[in-house]
Each structure stands twice: as structure tokens, then as C-alpha cells.
Write a protein that binds this ligand. Structure first.
Ligand SMILES: Cc1cc2nc3c(=O)[nH]c(=O)nc-3n(C[C@H](O)[C@H](O)[C@H](O)COP(=O)(O)OP(=O)(O)OC[C@H]3O[C@@H](n4cnc5c(N)ncnc54)[C@H](O)[C@@H]3O)c2cc1C
Length: 431
């Protein structure tokens, strides 16, 4: 019998398995899919940025970045360990919408030690000549007759130089899982959890579709967009103030216009003025995704398994045409290219890293489209929670903290409580 069962072999489940196994526990990871990282991790844009609405959001992203930058050390592997996911540095420009609370974001960045630079409208336009820096607000859909209205004055912006992305998020999950398995973690793919066993008022393991049970005193829900279904099986939903819900989201791929590629002056764009984000990627293309502008309906889904992975013409045109307004040399493809994935969204777009009302049943869920970057740290967060709560500590009354040793900060896990009052955030994937 393992000490811990982790449900979900995505980036988070793999990281949690690694740290719990490193702590001396025996861990079994189960996943209904056929591959490690084959869930929402595989469709991640894998952007690594630090502009979050909460200080703890900025701390966790900045600490995690240091772990991506020393990935082989984090995994404890030497040369020749096989392919490793790679961080590509790519500066980010934040273009705001009216009323955006820039001061709050900059305060968090300054507090944690992230560099930033405010660019006035002349500096922004001068340094990034491939970008039309004029204001297009509010975001519209291309079938809106005002979509091609003449833009307003040129915007200013914030440049954050040390942002970037991970080139292969699924490989990152595989790296973490391989590291956990080298320590002794057991991995069981094609293994569907259909029930949560309870005995004596605490979790006792997971029940599988084949009728068997894996007995364990600790179970971690790292089931990504399927997290709410697993919570219902565990009977913990009613005792949560914050719930998770799957939401469909598309990301499109287009050719980089000149001056916008990864090694060609290209930058990450978090463009709230037009309602999208984009990032260059190796091979001369750009990814473009949405940041939930008011004009785009949110696509809530009941069952993530029913989401087709293909993009739609409507969403493709909305996102890519917005990018084309910002990058006038962009050639818009005739057919949608890209993918559809599923976020696991909370009402305030902050994750839930917490215990639950069922002793021994822990939560690493509600990642709201913005927690891949924190995968290297989430394992340690869950280890700290499990260590404290299993020793009888009352985390709900006195929140556990996690030591972010790379940046010399302490993370308050109470920020990510299932019992929190909804936090005032961006209310979007930016968290
Ligand atoms: C389109 C898209 C773009 C994104 N872009 C970014 C980004 O730029 N930056 C960023 O930081 N984050 C981003 N994210 C978010 C990030 O990818 C996720 O937060 C992260 O990958 C979630 O990892 P996970 O391990 O929690 O979940 P998943 O990778 O979804 O893994 C959950 C696993 O649980 C398994 N599972 C579920 N239920 C069961 C069950 N009952 N029995 C057995 N197995 C089960 C599933 O098969 C799945 O493999 C994006 C997400 C999407 C969808």
C-alpha cells in the first residue's frame, strides 16, 4: 500500500509525486489517459510571467522561474539524462485597458524583485516598430461593424524583460514524472478513478474502474479540468467556498511577421487593449490566445472529455484578427490553425492548493489557465501541506507557508484556500 495516491499525471501531479516521494513517502500516480502530461498540460501555452494580482501569485511565479532556469538541478539529473524541457527567455509587453491597476502589479513585481520598465508611448513605438501601438479599446469581434474603426492615441506600456516560456510543457511533466519514478514512484496510466474510499472519517484510497481499490491514507486531487468531478466523488464539494469549473479555450498558431519572431525582436504580448495574448515560439510562428474580453462568451463545459481539440472559425477569427490589428504585417491564414484545451477555473482565477474537509484528501486544482508555470513549486506546496496537516496542524486557522529559497521569500498558502472569500483579481486568465 502506498503512502500517497496522486490522481492526475499532469505537470502538477508529477511535481507533487516527486516532492512527496523525495520526502520519503511511497507514491502511486494514477491517470486515466495514455500518457504523462496528456491532459490540459499538453495544450498549455506555457508562458512564464510574473504579473499577478496577488503578491503570493507573483512570489510563486518568480520562485518557479528560478526552478525552470535550473531545471536539471531541480530534477536532480546530470548530463545525458535525455531531453529536458527548456525555458526560452522572451520579454513581455503589457498593454493595458482603461482602468487597469498598473500600480498594484508593479508593486508586486518590485516587492519580489522582478525587473520592469515603464515605456512611454514614444519609447514603446520606437523600440517595437513592428507593433502598432495605438489604442483599439474596447476589444470587439471581427463581425462587429466597429472592429476596423480608426484606432486612438498611441499607448504606453510596461516591459518585463525576464519573462519567457517553456518550449514543451508535456515534456516538462514527463521530466518531473521520470524524476519521481527514479525515486520510486509507481505510475499507472489508463487507470480511471471512479470512487474515493473513506474509512473512519478519513480518506482510505481510490476506487478504480476495474473494481479494484488502491488503499492509501493520503490522496491528492491533481485532476486538472476533471477536478470538480473527483471532488464530488470524495464528497468534499459542499464544504468548499470556492469551486472549480471546466472552461474551453482555444489557442491559435500563425506565421510570425518580420520583427516578431523569437530571434527577430519578438516579444510576448499581454494585450488587454485588444483582448488577447501572444508569444513567439521556435520555428517562426506565434501562439495567440484569449484574455476573456467582455465581447467573448466564456465556454463553460460539463465534461472536459467532450471538448473537441480542434479550433473553430469564430474563435480563430476573433483572436487572430485582433493580433493582426496590433501586428499590421501579420498574414491571417484562411483556415483555423491551433487547438482547443480546457481550463479548470475558479471564480477569482486563483488556484486552490489546500486540504479538504475529508481528512487526508488534498487539492491542487482550479489552475485557471495560469498555473503551468508554477508546477515546479506546487510539489513543495503540497508536501508542506501534507506534512503539516497530517501532523495535526490546523491549516485553516493558521495557514501553512512554503519557503521559496531561490528568492528568499515565504509563500502564504492561505491565499489559495478553498475557504477564501473571492479575491479581487483581474477576473481573467491573468490571475
Ligand atoms: C489552452 C491552455 C493554455 C494555457 N496556457 C498557460 C500558460 O501560458 N501559462 C501557464 O502558466 N499556464 C497555462 N495553462 C494552464 C496550465 O496548462 C494548467 O494549469 C496545468 O497544465 C494544469 O496541470 P495539471 O497537472 O493540474 O492538470 P492536467 O494536465 O489536466 O492533468 C490532470 C490529469 O488528471 C487525469 N485525470 C482526471 N480525472 C481522472 C480520474 N478520475 N482518474 C484518473 N485520472 C484522471 C487526466 O487524465 C489528466 O491527465 C494553459 C492551459 C490551457 C488549457
Amino acid at each position: 500500500m502506498p503512502d500517497v495516491v496522486v490522481v492526475g499525471a499532469g505537470a502538477l501531479g508529477a511535481s507533487i509525486a516527486l516532492e512527496l516521494q523525495r520526502s520519503g513517502r511511497t507514491v502511486t500516480v494514477v491517470d486515466k489517459g495514455m500518457s504523462v502530461g496528456g491532459g490540459s498540460t499538453s495544450s498549455s501555452s506555457a508562458v512564464v510571467r510574473y504579473n499577478y494580482s496577488t503578491l503570493d501569485g507573483a512570489i510563486s511565479a518568480w520562485e518557479s522561474a528560478h526552478r525552470w532556469w535550473s531545471w536539471s538541478d531541480h530534477l536532480d539529473v546530470g548530463e545525458g539524462a535525455g531531453p529536458l524541457a527548456t525555458f526560452h527567455r522572451c520579454p513581455m509587453i503589457l498593454l493595458e485597458s482603461p482602468g487597469f491597476d498598473r500600480a498594484r502589479i508593479l508593486k508586486h513585481l518590485t516587492d519580489v524583485g522582478v525587473q520592469w520598465e515603464e515605456l512611454d508611448s514614444d519609447a514603446l513605438a520606437g523600440r517595437f516598430p513592428s507593433i502598432d501601438t495605438r489604442a483599439f479599446f474596447p476589444p470587439r469581434r471581427p463581425d462587429d461593424e466597429r472592429f476596423f474603426d480608426e484606432p486612438g492615441d498611441r499607448l504606453d506600456g510596461v516591459l518585463i524583460p525576464d519573462t519567457g516560456f517553456i518550449d514543451d510543457p508535456q515534456l516538462a511533466a514527463v521530466n518531473l514524472m521520470d524524476a519521481a519514478r527514479r525515486q520510486g514512484t509507481e505510475l499507472r496510466l489508463r487507470t480511471l478513478v471512479v470512487g474515493v474510499a473513506v474509512s473512519g472519517g478519513r480518506v482510505a484510497g481510490v476506487e478504480l474502474a476495474d473494481g479494484s481499490t488502491i488503499h492509501a491514507p493520503v490522496v491528492v486531487n491533481a485532476a486538472g479540468p476533471w477536478s470538480s468531478a473527483l471532488n464530488r466523488l470524495a464528497g468534499v464539494t459542499d464544504a468548499m467556498a470556492v469551486h472549480t469549473r471546466p472552461m474551453r479555450q482555444e489557442v491559435h498558431v500563425v506565421e510570425s511577421p518580420p520583427g516578431c519572431g523569437l530571434h527577430d525582436g519578438g516579444v510576448l504580448l499581454a494585450d488587454l487593449d485588444l483582448g488577447y495574448y501572444s508569444r513567439p515560439q521556435p520555428g517562426g510562428t506565434l501562439l495567440v490566445g484569449g484574455v476573456e474580453p467582455d465581447c467573448d462568451p466564456l465556454e463553460w463545459v460539463e465534461d472536459p472529455d467532450e471538448v473537441a481539440p480542434t479550433p473553430t472559425v469564430e474563435c480563430f477569427e476573433a483572436q487572430v484578427w485582433r493580433l493582426a490589428r496590433r501586428l499590421p504585417d501579420l498574414a491571417v491564414p484562411h483556415r483555423p490553425t491551433g487547438l482547443a484545451g480546457v481550463y479548470d477555473v475558479t471564480p477569482d482565477w486563483l488556484p486552490i492548493y489546500d486540504r479538504s474537509s475529508l481528512d487526508g484528501f488534498y487539492l491542487a486544482i482550479g489552475t485557471s489557465g495560469n498555473q503551468f508555470k508554477n508546477a515546479p513549486l506546487v510539489g513543495q506546496m503540497l508536501l508542506d501541506l501534507v506534512d503539516a496537516c497530517e501532523a495535526g496542524h490546523d491549516h485553516d486557522a493558521d495557514p501553512v507557508t512554503t519557503d521559496c529559497h531561490h528568492i528568499g521569500r515565504t509563500l502564504n498558502l492561505g491565499t489559495f484556500s478553498r475557504l477564501r472569500t473571492e479575491v479581487a483579481t483581474s477576473g481573467t486568465v491573468l490571475g
